[in-house]
Design a protein around this ligand. Structure first.
Ligand code: BG6
Ligand code: MG
Length: 213
């Protein structure tokens, strides 16, 4: 049984990928190139600036640092606009009941996300007060696959890394969890996500009973 659980946000708790995709696509189109959902896969779990760099590389466009900052801010404004109507109906299936099971068993849980919008999103979906700690893009210096985000989560919950379970839908996040010495559950396809300890398609398949085995 885990002593603590660390959750990624985007793609695990809530499906924000479509909102990120639309905002990046619009930016790419303005810069004169197309951007597909397949391209968008490369941005999952990746920080905002690193995502922009990948996007510019796809479009073979070079920009100065100040231009990049303007582009990242423009993308974020649209993303924030796009998630402004988000509510608890967008919490992914199985999340609420698993959080309830953790609470009933007194197992603390924290958020470990690359997103600087994590607190805003958690408030919108009504889960902000549920998390015992929130480690997000504002509180880390090194993005996933660096383990910093999860190590800080374990520290905030006063639990050893090896007693933590991580839920992740991105390759960079699975690598971050493994690098932190944690048990990692990949949320998604094992053919795409490499190196996790276990895989589920959705949080609906998760229970403490499954983790205890
Ligand atoms: C991650 C998402 O959780 O957060 C990425 O998977 C996103 O797609 C990253 O780029 C940073 O998000 P934000 O909200 O700080 O731009
Ligand atoms: Mg994710």
């Amino acid at each position: 049984k885990p002593k603590a659980v660390l959750f990624d946000l985007d793609g695990v708790i809530v499906d924000t990928a479509k909102h990120h995709f639309q905002a990046w696509k619009q930016l790419a189109n303005e810069l004169g190139f197309s951007f597909t959902e397949q391209d968008n896969e490369r941005l999952k779990g990746v920080s905002r600036m690193d995502s922009l760099n990948i996007l510019l590389e796809i479009g073979q466009v070079t920009k100065s640092q100040s231009e990049k900052e303007e582009l990242a801010a423009r993308k974020n404004e649209r993303y924030v606009q796009s998630i402004s109507t988000m509510d608890e109906s967008e919490i992914l299936p199985g999340v609420i009941s698993f959080l309830e099971e953790l609470n009933e068993n007194h197992i603390p849980f924290a958020l470990g996300s690359a997103s600087k919008n994590a607190p805003r999103i958690l408030k919108k979906i009504g889960l902000y007060d549920q998390f015992h700690a929130i480690i997000d893009g504002n509180s880390i210096a090194n993005a996933k696959p660096d383990p910093e985000v999860f190590l800080k989560g374990a520290e905030a919950l006063s639990v050893n890394s090896k007693d933590c379970v991580v839920f992740e839908d991105a390759q960079s996040g699975i690598e971050a969890g493994k690098a932190a010495g944690m048990y990692v559950v990949g949320v998604g396809d094992s053919a795409i996500l490499k190196g996790a300890n276990d895989y589920i398609q959705s949080m609906e398949e998760m229970s403490l009973n499954r983790l205890s085995k």
